[in-house]
Design a protein around this ligand. Structure first.
Ligand code: URA
Length: 302
């Protein structure tokens, strides 16, 4: 019950941050909530006025909308062991199509997406030299079924263009194949995102490994802390700054770690842009991409 109350409080905070000023709650829901809180405080027998109006503002009490909080997704500790991904022999397209079918039919992945939303596998050139690895699908991604198509994705696409490549010339995947769920008011879209927990990362990792096996890129670029933890190990570093901008290794591939594009979206300073760009210049050098003087100078001015 404590978790359910926390989930409600969390959802209310998120709605507030998203600009929602009032939330209407049905009489029945308020009565149930008051009783729950009172039970937790051992005061159920002291409630003299069970009427919802005693607890909430009239303007809210008068509203008719009755949000219900469905149970949160099963605790990740209840996730089954990570899948064993066995791909057929054949060319890259055959193997990738088989992988796509596997992930789309994975009962655990499917159980974690809401109706009308999609399980998301990576996208891009199956012969790409560079594979970007992000965290998890967000709102736009779970609708379109493609990684990095929302605001962070648009910025990533610009970064790729800055490297002299087209988006379709790289491969873009995520550590997670579903959008980590948050409790949501019934009938409403999920507001906000949460980072995946370790069990979720572990569950999806075989699908990322399989994509790396199929595409066989020359190098990997992890975007942000969650992707880095997925590849280097959960809690294997304290701060992203400790591991970014240096070469690591994952599955026999050189791995560069840099910030997630959303880091720039939150505060688009040239200093931050340059930090990511410095890391991407290293990627370009290692991938033997041509680098112009202009590219070397991006974001140097204040
Ligand atoms: N952020 C990510 O890490 N991945 C996506 O696909 C979208 C946003």
């Amino acid at each position: 019950m404590r978790l359910a109350l926390q989930a409600i409080a969390e959802e209310l905070r998120r709605l507030k941050n998203a600009g929602v000023k009032t939330v209407a709650v049905s009489d029945a829901s308020v009565t149930a909530l008051r009783a729950t809180v009172a039970r937790r405080q051992g005061t159920a027998d002291k409630i003299s006025d069970p009427s919802p109006a005693a607890a909430i503002k009239p303007s809210v009490a008068a509203a008719t909308l009755a949000p219900k909080f469905p149970s949160p997704p099963p605790p990740a500790a209840q996730l089954p062991p990570p899948p064993t991904v066995a791909l057929p022999d054949g060319d890259k397209r055959t193997r990738w199509d088989a992988l796509q079918a596997l992930v789309q039919n994975d009962a655990t992945c499917r159980a974690h997406v809401r109706p009308g939303r999609k399980v998301v596998l990576g996208v891009g050139d199956l012969d790409a030299k560079i594979m970007f690895v992000g965290e998890a699908p967000g709102a736009e991604e779970e609708i379109q079924g493609e990684p990095f198509v929302g605001p962070a994705g648009q910025l990533l696409t610009k970064m790729i263009l800055g490297m002299g490549l087209k988006r379709a010339e790289v491969y873009i995947g995520n550590i997670m194949n579903w959008r980590p769920q948050l409790p949501t008011v019934e009938g409403r879209d999920q507001v906000g995102n949460r980072p995946p927990i370790e069990e979720e990362l572990r569950y999806c990792l075989p699908y990322l490994r399989a994509q790396i096996e199929v595409v066989n890129p020359a190098l990997l670029v992890a975007l942000g802390s969650t992707a880095a933890q997925g590849l280097l190990g959960f809690k294997s570093f304290k701060a992203l700054g400790d591991v970014r901008g240096r070469w690591h290794e994952f599955g026999g591939k050189p791995l560069m770690i840099t910030y997630h594009p959303s880091y720039i979206l939150r505060e688009p300073t040239n200093r931050k842009k340059r930090m990511i760009w410095d890391d991407l210049l290293k990627v370009m050098e290692r991938a033997e991409l041509p680098i112009s003087e202009k590219q070397r100078g991006f974001f140097l001015e204040k």
